[in-house]
Design a protein around this ligand. Structure first.
Ligand SMILES: [Zn+2]
Length: 163
């Protein structure tokens, strides 16, 4: 199914994506168990229905990201926690720039990377996405062809314990 999202036109095989998330993968919070991850699993349920419906329409289980981390430091001006992560989808990017661009290249050839501001697509306030051809921590057996959706969420801290 074709989705137009900001500058992106993506073609997603929803059934194969949904089947993968249903049958494979374990919630990263179950694996990690740290309070940041446990908070994410609870806090993501407070996302606007339009955001939850969007991920569901793609077949993605929001609790089964290969990685989700919160940037150390952490509360934004609104007192929300900033989470970054990514999900893989079965499909292709038909149009749109890869989200990542190379920043500083050091003498030893290593380099920094960042997501281009112009690539971010806002689903709702505090929920942004972008797409890339990267395959970070690609799950074993993830079907081809696949793309990576980068996600940027600002979520409340709702665990009783302090962060
Ligand atoms: Zn964790």
């Amino acid at each position: 199914m074709i989705f137009t999202l900001g500058q992106y036109i993506i073609d997603i095989d929803i059934e194969r994506t949904r089947a993968f998330y249903r049958e494979h993968g374990v919630s990263f919070a179950e694996i990690c168990g740290c309070s940041d991850c446990i908070n994410y699993v609870k806090a993501i349920k407070t996302a606007p229905p339009s955001v939850l419906d969007f991920f569901d329409s793609l077949g993605v289980d929001l609790c089964k990201a290969p990685e989700m981390f919160n940037v150390i430091g952490d509360y934004d001006a609104n007192g929300l926690i900033y989470y970054e992560g990514f999900f893989h989808l079965v499909g292709e990017i038909l149009e749109g720039e890869d989200a990542w661009e190379t920043g500083e290249v050091r003498e030893d050839g290593s380099y920094t990377e960042h997501v281009k501001e112009s690539c971010l697509h806002q689903l709702a306030p505090n929920f942004q996405i972008a797409f890339s051809h990267k395959e970070n921590l690609l799950e074993e057996g993830f079907p081809d062809p696949h793309i990576q959706m980068e996600v940027f969420f600002h979520l409340p801290w709702i665990l009783n314990e302090n962060k």
